[in-house]
Ligand binder design. Structure first.
Ligand code: PLP
Length: 266
């Protein structure tokens, strides 16, 4: 085998749940990596039976099965950046944090997925402490939406000052950067707030009226990880990810009888 031929490419790994409907989770992440020119890999944490109408069932994998998938990648291919999505249980979170530490990965994006838009539980309540205690200290960027930031910090976020305080608390858990996404803001704009431990930066975009928003969070964090894998800094990755998700929402897909997914074509 000629190991020198073939081209080099940035590599990104998603550690997340499978969405059989193809709009969120592992499937959204891999499509996003592909569109952004990054080689995508996956470690599946749970299989969901899901379509545009919602999540019908969740089948978590054992923490050992999750750890083995990540080790298989780490011991051979490697990853330039990693993102986590649905982690489901504290056992899986502990295993994921352990292997990330073992492999010394630092470009780690954590999307603290908790509840699907239809209400299904994607992270057990008692796993929140494992997330803040063991995974956030290993995190380059954590990307909660407002309800997730409220759950992680125990705060009510009503305005800009609360958003800043929540970002400070999340950084206090050890995350190097925090992006509180503004998709749940009221008003005509969605304002994402980036905190780097010292300074705040806002990125605003106009709110798009659409029902096809399934998988937005997954897609945004995957695009962010793709940028980091390609060597962009956090702010440039965030701008790339914001542009990607904005276009994806504007071009939402009408399939199935329920809430369609965002588009994943760049
Ligand atoms: N299913 C899986 C496997 C996910 O990872 C996610 C991501 O958050 C969702 C469903 C939720 O999708 P949404 O809330 O965007 O409909």
């Amino acid at each position: 085998m000629d190991k020198e031929s073939g081209r080099k490419v940035a590599r990104a790994l998603t550690i997340a749940g499978s969405d059989s409907g193809g709009g969120a989770g592992i499937q959204a992440d891999l499509k996003t990596f592909q569109e952004l020119g990054v080689y995508g890999m996956s470690a599946i944490t749970a299989v969901t039976a899901q379509n545009t109408l919602g999540v019908q069932a969740v089948y978590p994998l054992s923490s050992e099965a999750v750890a083995q998938q990540i080790r298989a990648i780490g011991s051979d291919i490697g990853a330039d950046a990693v993102k986590t999505g649905m982690l489901f249980s504290s056992e899986i979170i502990l295993a994921v944090a352990g292997v990330i530490q073992e492999l010394g990965w630092t470009k780690v994006v954590v999307d603290p997925v908790m509840i699907a838009k239809g209400g299904s539980v994607l992270l057990q309540e008692e796993a929140i402490r494992a997330l803040t205690g063991t995974l956030l200290p290993l995190t380059a960027v954590v990307t909660p939406n407002i309800p997730e930031a409220e759950k992680l910090t125990g705060m009510d976020i009503l305005g800009r000052t609360d958003k800043e305080e929540a970002a400070r608390r999340l950084a206090g858990f050890g995350a190097q950067h925090v992006i509180i996404k503004g998709g749940h803001d009221s008003g005509t704009e969605a304002v994402d707030l980036l905190f780097d431990g010292r300074y705040f930066t806002e990125l605003a975009s106009k709110r798009i009226a659409t029902g096809h928003t399934h998988g937005t969070g997954c897609t945004f964090s995957a695009a962010l990880a793709a940028g980091l894998a390609q060597g962009l800094d956090i702010e440039s990755s965030m701008q790339q990810a914001k542009a990607f998700i904005q276009a994806a929402i504007e071009d939402g897909i009408h399939i199935g009888g329920g809430r369609g997914p965002t588009n994943h074509w760049a």
